[in-house]
Design a binder for this molecule. Structure first.
Ligand code: SF4
Ligand code: SF4
Length: 265
């Protein structure tokens, strides 16, 4: 970036239910299925987690997997059995998540107490979002901001749903849902100007091995790439949106021939 060069390749680790744990250097836009073929994905009902077990996107449908490509923010593919807990939780519909929140949240506040954003002083209170969820359709704008405004400060890290909540609920997905609702209403939230670190922050760190056990990934712990290779696909599809904000504008046209490293958007 400092040299003004375009991003053309990514290093991608591929682990989980594959025979060949591998580290690949691939051009942006490489089809995910080419990477999975190279890593020898096991047969059977599989799902692919793009971008890590905490914040990644889960693909279960073979059409979605066929259509997915390597983007500039992708660094890992984790292949899991389709019936893995992470897959089940990640693919539950938002209506199901809401029903679970309304019926099973015990207001223990663990989601807030262990939230890294809360601990460094930001206004993030997932337990309150869960508590107020039933009022969603009855609130005016000011009350909506009061009850759900803290959702905008959630960074989607997943600690609340994958480690903290004893009821296996998904405050993260609820925050995401209410962020979207705030956007739909055109409501903006003032950012906290003076975050104060919580005095208990040093005592609320999360041991990695316990997190791994909690999300049932022990079987894959310590998997290391057995080979490091390169992939040269015959076709790449480079999305114009690989970042937050507006999509890039193309600066090349259909049928143009482009060279490696040439800006295209
Ligand atoms: S940790 Fe789970 S049960 Fe406890 S308040 Fe948060 S969402 Fe509710
Ligand atoms: S997903 Fe959001 S609310 Fe949950 S722990 Fe992370 S920052 Fe906090």
């Amino acid at each position: 970036m400092t040299q003004g060069k375009t991003v053309t390749h990514k290093m991608l680790s591929i682990v989980g239910e594959v025979d060949n744990h591998t580290l690949l250097q691939v051009p942006l836009g490489t089809p995910i299925k080419d990477c999975l073929t190279q890593a020898k994905m096991k047969s059977g009902e599989m799902a692919v987690l793009l971008g890590g077990h905490m914040m990644g996107r889960i693909l279960t449908d073979s059409g979605d997997i066929d259509g997915a490509v390597v983007t500039k923010t992708l660094g890992n593919l984790l292949v899991l059995p389709r019936n893995h807990e992470l897959v089940r939780r990640g693919t539950t519909s938002i209506q199901g998540i809401k029903r679970q929140a309304l019926s099973a949240c015990i207001q223990c506040q663990m989601c807030t107490d262990l939230c890294p954003r809360f601990l460094i002083g930001h206004l993030v209170k997932p337990h309150e979002v869960m508590h107020h969820a039933f009022k969603e359709n009855s609130l005016g704008d000011d009350a909506f901001i009061r009850d759900f405004g803290s959702a905008v400060n959630c960074c989607d890290c997943g600690i609340c749903e994958l480690f903290a909540c004893p009821m296996e609920l998904s405050p993260r997905r609820m925050n995401g849902y209410f962020k979207e609702k705030l956007r739909e209403r055109g409501l903006t939230i003032e950012k906290g100007r003076d975050p104060r670190v919580h005095p208990m922050i040093a005592h609320r760190r999360i041991p990695t091995h316990r997190l791994i056990a909690r999300i049932n990934l022990q079987a894959y712990e310590g998997q290391k790439p057995r080979e490091c290779g390169q992939l040269s696909p015959t076709l790449v599809r480079i999305p114009l949106k690989m970042h937050i904000g507006s999509p890039a504008r193309p600066i090349v046209a259909v049928v143009d021939v482009v060279a490696l490293g040439q800006p295209i958007g």
